[in-house]
Design a protein around this ligand. Structure first.
Ligand code: 8YV
Length: 316
């Protein structure tokens, strides 16, 4: 039996690459310099695309594959896949929800603690000898007892709120409606600006879409204010990065902890000049266990499609 041809948009670890190469005839888009040439040559053979959350599949790539049937995303976010183009041609789309939820929540909360307690600076304080020469590390504000806001109480937002609850923070959240799975003590605040005004830490855990683009803009940022901290473990597009940079530079926002950036992995160099932002390389789902589960689910969705079975985690 001939193996279905798939287009692979980005690299995977070896434990995913080997089985993928075994199951499919794989064309590595990311390794090919002449991408237009590759698509012109094999576009007609391609029946599936294997991609990653942050890479997705553009309208042009989809158009270059006239026999495309399915796009499997290694990631929960599928905002980089052109869904309109997929809908127009009944192309199925899958993602990897659930398996990464708790790791992403862990990193978000770890970022808040790291930034609040100044742990990066404290590490340097030990390593560069400041502890021995200058004495005690400068004091920081405590975390427990403070107010946290979760913007988007989906799977990841829920796990963030659960963890923050365990850290004795007061929880409020914003979403399109109040959620019946939220704990009784979690307060629903419909308006993101009102949410930001009421909290010390604001976690952005929304699935990104055209509707949520820049939902955290100048108003939300200034409502969070000079004592507030913004934590983003979702997508850069949910935040107006220009407004964020200006607020961090002017100290009208206290601080930020970010795992995602516009144009990543190249980020705006203005971030690098700031001492009130914690920068992380989009690795919230980056544990062995979770990445293995993501790879397996990404391949299982492709296999299910080509075997004519129901998709495990369909988006479209
Ligand atoms: C990336 C993510 O997919 O789940 C998502 O939406 O952005 C991440 O998990 C991951 O970096 C692998 O590419």
């Amino acid at each position: 039996m001939t193996k279905p041809h798939i287009l692979q948009m980005g690299p995977y670890p070896e434990w995913d690459q080997v089985p993928l190469d075994g199951q499919f005839t794989v064309h590595r888009y990311f390794e090919t310099e002449d991408k237009a040439g590759l698509l012109a040559r094999v576009g007609g053979d391609i029946r599936g695309i294997a991609t990653r959350g942050e890479l997705g599949a553009s309208a042009e790539t989809i158009a270059a594959c006239p026999n495309l049937e399915v796009i499997s995303v290694y990631g929960v976010g599928y905002d980089a896949v052109n869904l309109e183009a997929c809908r127009a041609r009944s192309i199925r789309v899958t993602n990897t929800p659930d398996v990464l939820t708790k790791d992403v929540a862990d990193l978000g909360v770890a970022m808040m603690l790291t930034q609040s307690r100044g742990m990066i600076g404290a590490e340097s304080w030990v390593r560069d000898g400041s502890w021995a020469t200058n004495g005690l590390y400068p004091l920081r504000s405590r975390v427990w007892g403070k107010r946290a806001g979760v913007l988007g109480l989906g799977r990841i937002g829920f796990e963030v709120a659960k963890r923050l609850h365990g850290f004795d923070l007061e929880i409020s959240y914003s979403d399109v409606s109040a959620k019946d799975f939220a704990a009784a003590s979690w307060r629903f605040v419909a308006d993101p600006v009102a949410l930001a005004r009421d909290v010390d830490f604001l976690f952005v855990t929304l699935a990104a879409s055209a509707e949520t683009r820049h939902i955290v803009g100048e108003k939300v940022i200034s409502a969070l204010g000079p004592q507030g901290m913004l934590v983003n473990i979702s997508r850069a597009s949910n935040i107006d990065e220009e407004a964020l940079l200006t607020a961090l530079e002017n100290r009208t926002l206290g601080s930020a902890a970010l795992d995602v950036f516009e144009g990543e992995p190249k980020l705006n160099p203005r971030f690098l000049a700031l001492d009130n932002v914690l920068l992380q390389p989009h690795h919230a789902s980056g544990t062995f266990e979770t990445r293995k589960a993501m790879g397996q689910l990404m391949r299982d969705n492709l296999a299910a499609h080509f075997a004519g079975r129901d998709l495990l985690t369909p988006v479209l």
